[in-house]
Design a binder for this molecule. Structure first.
Ligand code: CA
Length: 223
C-alpha cells in the first residue's frame, strides 16, 4: 500500500469489468457452480472468486486438474464454457455497480483516458458495457484480444499500448486477486475495490496501492 496515493501524473485509468463496473459476480458464481456440477466437477463461490479474472479456458483447466487430475481437452473446455456462458446469459441482467457511472464520469472530466480490460468472453456483457459506459470497442481488451489472460500482465500491457501511455502513467482498478496480480505484473499502480466476499488481506497481498470497498467509495475519493 502506498501512503497518500493520488492520480497526479496519471493519464489513463484501466477498469476491470465484472465486480467493478457490474455487480455480475453473483451470477457468474451461480453459473460456474451449476456448469461444473453438470460436468462432474465442483466450484464453490470461494473457488469462483479466487479464479475471477482468468479466462474461461484457464478456469476450466485449473478445476479439471484439481478435481479430475487431468487436463481438459480443448473440446471439453469449449463445451463447459459454452454451457456456463449460456447459463449466465439466461440470468437476470446484472446491475451496474453503484457509483461506477460517477467514477467513469469523474475520470473523464479530469481529462484522463478510460479503458476497460476484462478477462470476460461474455459477448452480451461486452456489448452492453460499451453502451452503458460509452466506451468504444477499440478501447476495450477482452478474452478475444489476448492469448494469455490474467494473472499474466498481457491484457493490461495491451491496454497501455491502446492508451499510448507508459505503465507509470496509468492506474488499474480491480476487484479480484488474479486481476490485481496482472495489473501489478504490468508495472501499473493498482487500486483494489473489494466488492466480493474475500478477505481484504487476500487482495492486499497481491500488491495493490490502496484498497476501498465499493465504487461509491472510489467516487468519493476522486472528489
Ligand atoms: Ca473482476
Amino acid at each position: 500500500m502506498k501512503e497518500g496515493f493520488s492520480l497526479t501524473g496519471k493519464d489513463a485509468v484501466l477498469f476491470d469489468m465484472d465486480g467493478v463496473l457490474y455487480d455480475s459476480m453473483p451470477n457468474h458464481s451461480k453459473a460456474w457452480s451449476i456448469a461444473m456440477d453438470h460436468f462432474g466437477m465442483h466450484m464453490t463461490p470461494h473457488d469462483v472468486y479466487m479464479n475471477e479474472g482468468a479466462t474461461g479456458h484457464d478456469t476450466v483447466s485449473r478445476i479439471s486438474m484439481r478435481d479430475r487430475g487431468c487436463e481438459a481437452t480443448q473440446e471439453q473446455v469449449d463445451e463447459i464454457y459454452s454451457y456456463k456462458a449460456a447459463l449466465f446469459r439466461s440470468m437476470p441482467v446484472a446491475p451496474v455497480m453503484p457509483g461506477a457511472l460517477d467514477v467513469i464520469r469523474k475520470v473523464r472530466l479530469s481529462g484522463r483516458q478510460v479503458l476497460i480490460v476484462t478477462g470476460s468472453g461474455q459477448k452480451n456483457l461486452i456489448e452492453r458495457v460499451q453502451r452503458d459506459f460509452e466506451v468504444a470497442r477499440d478501447h476495450m481488451v477482452t478474452s478475444f484480444d489476448v492469448k494469455r489472460g490474467k494473472p499474466f500482465p498481457d491484457p493490461y500491457l495491451r491496454g497501455l499500448e491502446i492508451a499510448g501511455v507508459s505503465a507509470d502513467r496509468a492506474v488499474v482498478v480491480e476487484n479480484a486477486p488474479l486481476g490485481i496480480r496482472a495489473g501489478v505484473a504490468a508495472g501499473i499502480d493498482t487500486i483494489a475495490v473489494n466488492t466480493g466476499p474475500l478477505d481484504d488481506s487476500v487482495l492486499e497481498s497481491e500488491g495493490c496501492v490502496m484498497l476501498l470497498h465499493s465504487m461509491q467509495e472510489l467516487s468519493d475519493w476522486l472528489g
